[in-house]
Design a protein around this ligand. Structure first.
Ligand code: GRG
Length: 299
């Protein structure tokens, strides 16, 4: 595994600040006094790692694109991720009280407003793309193509399908192909769209887009397998009360099927495949390499 390059870490810190600024000041338009606005900001500006928007910006940079073209797409992907977390935490789903160490959206704002905050974040994600792309001169063709990638990844054949399959799996014994089906959709699709949308708005060639797609697919699955492995370690320390239903029910995870050691090895293998896929992109893909190795150092 390659050591983390200081140049890439500084790059990622800078890009993270740009993402935070854009999310806080541009993505939701002007502030309003409504509680809905407050509920949306509560979860959107709540200290996530910003993995997905960083992937969008780094993919755009890796193909020599313009950062201002990628930022609205980066924000949109994070807004969709945030909506999915709000809804996933609801009593009807995982029934979680804590997210990132703070009370979940429905605990603070009530269930009805949390549902609406999620709905609004999903819709505003597409609004920010439309609004900013018109203003910053991104070609309509590129914007529409990248937007389609994000919509498909989030929708009925992507993330929502993964969540539905995960809920189904709760009542059955599941095999590895089923777990993979769930992981790829629930987590992998949005990560793939984060990378591909950045590459598309940046003007990637077909070979560049193929390499980045392979990177994203390996990273997306590797990230979720790593998350499963870390969850097993965490759940032995934390009670079901704070971890929610997710931790108490039968779960479709890699460690549950393969065992923790083999699941960890699979995650590491996927991450090194992600890094290998970046070879054709050369040194401009340094930050994407750093993001991938950052996932494996958590293990
Ligand atoms: C409700 C439609 C709908 C979908 C929910 C994202 C999701 C699907 C469920 C959340 C539960 C879960 C474990 C999802 C797997 C993806 C994942 C590891 C999410 C956490 O992503 P991070 O680590 O979170 O990037 P931060 O907090 O850094 O943003």
């Amino acid at each position: 595994m390659k050591p983390v390059k200081p140049a890439s870490s500084a790059y990622l810190d800078r890009r993270r600040q740009e993402v935070e600024h854009f999310l806080a000041h541009e993505a939701l338009g002007t502030r309003s006094e409504y509680r809905l606005d407050e509920a949306m900001r509560y979860s959107l500006l709540n200290g996530g790692k910003r993995l997905r928007p960083l992937l969008t910006l780094a993919a755009c940079d890796a193909v020599g694109g313009l950062r201002e073209h990628a930022l609205p797409f980066a924000a949109a992907v994070e807004m969709i991720h945030t909506y999915s977390l709000i809804h996933d935490d609801l009593p009807a789903m995982d029934d979680d009280m804590l997210r990132r160490g703070k009370p979940t959206n429905h605990v603070v704002y009530g269930e009805a407003l949390a549902i609406l905050a999620g709905d609004a974040l999903l819709t505003e994600a597409f609004h920010v793309i439309a609004r900013c792309s018109r203003a910053n001169g991104l070609s309509g063709q590129r914007a529409m193509r990248a937007l389609g990638e994000i919509a498909a990844a989030a929708g009925a054949r992507g993330m929502v399908a993964g969540q539905a399959a995960d809920m189904e799996a709760e009542h059955h014994e599941v095999d590895l192909p089923t777990v993979e089906f769930i992981h790829i959709r629930k987590t992998g699709e949005l990560i793939r769209a984060a990378v591909r949308s950045g590459a598309i708005v940046g003007g990637a060639s077909d070979p560049q887009l193929r390499a980045l797609t392979r990177y994203a697919d390996c990273l997306g699955l590797g990230f979720q397998v790593a998350d499963d492995v870390l969850d097993v370690a965490a759940s032995s320390k934390v009670t079901g009360k704070t971890r929610g239903r997710d931790q108490q029910r039968h779960k479709a995870t890699y460690p549950a099927i393969l065992g923790a050691g083999a699941a960890r090895a699979r995650a590491l293998e996927l991450i090194s495949e992600a890094v290998a896929a970046l070879k054709p992109l050369g040194s401009k893909a340094g930050p994407l390499r750093t993001i991938a190795t950052g996932v494996s150092t958590r293990l």
